[in-house]
Design a protein around this ligand. Structure first.
Ligand code: 5AD
Ligand code: SF4
Length: 436
């Protein structure tokens, strides 16, 4: 009988949230969670296939956990998440020791599938149901007890030519606002201080007549003592209405995550992004005009199909104009099934993708440092999230711009808000002191 389950999560925040959903489903069905891999009768890997690198890491992990089956004959191993919908049955063919494959829309079926595994060899469910939003499941969030994720929509309709998400997570589906508000209130009651709203493209949120800016306002007023963050924003979907709401409510963080991907008009068009470079710059300008202290982060990719040195230089030029607060940067990897993998030439040599990546990382570092230094001398409200990993005499927390700040501990509690004066900055972190 399968009793103890262990779950390991790879990839984005949405996967972390989904793992909590899976935990809730399993706990409700009588399973017991364990953090001890060797004690588990069921091991689930919640996987990511957005790029080649994380995928390789997960495949290596498969090999590592395989030997556990020798020690526990009843052990079942399941692959859930994006890799499941991406490779489907092929996973069984390549990795014979895997028993269960479940896609992001089928988590409610896991308990029934496990029961069937007692008599059958393998179980797979990778259907992408257009309806599944997990609205009635409260995730079993334990993390740091301060900050919690809430998924407001799942999937993506954008079909950027490089991206596997529309295939692994399916079409966009927004969640009923009542169930979102219920979850917010419950988190508040449990003592959480911060909510991070999640969606591949939060601005596409749509429920009957409620758009994202209206949902955000509803949340900000329903839990006025909680901080609210959201990600990811699709650049051309940012509206004045949204900016007005972000500006109006002091509990909404002043930060947008706006993936630019490239600064070359030609590459943006090949990626089928729905904005031009000029439009992207105008969006940034509009944000900064309405909310001058707003921070902006981005995702940038190097070496997309046919990217030339000129395209790369354009990306650097635009980065130098905007100076993002921080960016997640990647080298392009072709994903089977996407438009790019079928129709475009992945012709930039790996070494060039990598050297371009290293160059933009270096440039972004200098921009991050420049942005961080702008905070020196300011007094900011910081939510204390925990004890600094580097020095136990220091707390760490975040300001409204999502910058990390460390400061010497005093009697304040983790989870409280404190006024902190920023006195210095390293390349990645602000250093402050609590205002008594
Ligand atoms: N190769 C490299 N990076 C990718 N991303 C998405 N697909 C790919 C890919 N095939 C990046 C994009 C996206 C982020 C989540 O991952 O920058 O915004
Ligand atoms: Fe992928 Fe584009 Fe959707 Fe982002 S917006 S998840 S990059 S298809």
């Amino acid at each position: 009988m399968t009793k103890y389950f262990y779950i390991e999560t790879y990839g984005c925040q949405m996967n972390i949230y989904d793992s909590d959903i899976i935990c809730s489903i399993l706990l409700k069905s009588g399973f017991i969670k364990t953090s001890n891999l060797k004690k588990a009768d069921l091991i689930l890997l919640n996987t990511c296939s957005i790029r080649e690198k994380p995928e390789k890491k997960i495949f290596n992990r498969f090999i590592e956990i395989r030997f556990l089956k020798k020690q526990n004959k009843n052990l079942k191993i399941g692959i859930v998440g994006c890799l499941a919908t991406h490779y489907k049955n092929k996973i069984f063919e390549k990795f014979k020791f895997i028993d269960l494959i479940v896609g992001p829309d089928s988590y409610k079926n896991i308990p029934a599938m496990i029961k069937k595994l007692n008599t059958k060899n393998k179980e797979i469910d990778v259907r992408l149901a257009n309806k599944e939003r997990y609205s009635n499941i409260i995730p079993n969030g334990v993390r740091n007890g301060i900050s919690a994720f809430i998924s407001i929509m799942r999937g993506c309709d954008n079909m950027c030519t490089f991206c596997i998400v529309p295939y692994t997570r399916g079409r966009e589906k927004s969640r009923n606002p009542n169930s979102i508000l219920k979850e917010c209130k419950l988190l508040y009651k449990k003592g959480y201080k911060e909510i991070i709203l999640l969606g591949q493209n939060v601005d596409a949120y749509f429920w009957q007549n409620i758009k994202f800016f209206q949902l955000l306002e509803l949340i900000a007023t329903t839990v006025p003592f909680m901080r609210i963050r959201f990600l990811t924003s699709y650049p051309s979907n940012i509206s004045k209405n949204l900016l007005k709401v972000v500006k109006k409510y002091s509990n909404i963080c002043k930060h947008f995550h706006l993936p630019m991907q490239s600064g070359s008009p030609r590459i943006l068009s090949l990626m089928r992004r729905k904005y031009t470079v000029e439009e992207f710059l105008l969006i940034i300008k509009m944000i900064k005009q309405m909310i001058p202290d707003c921070s902006i982060s981005s995702d940038i990719m190097t070496g997309f199909c046919t990217e030339t040195q000129e395209d790369h230089i354009e990306t650097i030029r635009i980065m130098n104009i905007i100076k993002f607060n921080y960016s997640y940067m990647f080298k392009y990897s072709s994903r089977q099934g996407t438009y790019a993998s079928r129709k475009l030439k992945d012709n930039v040599p790996n070494s060039l993708k990598l050297s371009r990546l290293n160059e933009i990382i270096r440039i972004q570092r200098s921009h991050s440092f420049y942005r961080l230094k702008q905070n020196i001398g300011k007094i900011q409200e910081v939510l204390i999230e925990g004890i600094s990993k580097k020095d136990e005499n220091y707390y760490f927390g975040r300001n409204y711009n999502n910058d990390i700040i460390v400061f010497q501990k005093d009697k304040s509690h983790i989870g409280s808000y404190k006024k902190v004066k920023i006195i210095n900055s390293t390349l990645t972190t602000l250093i402050g002191e609590i205002i008594p």
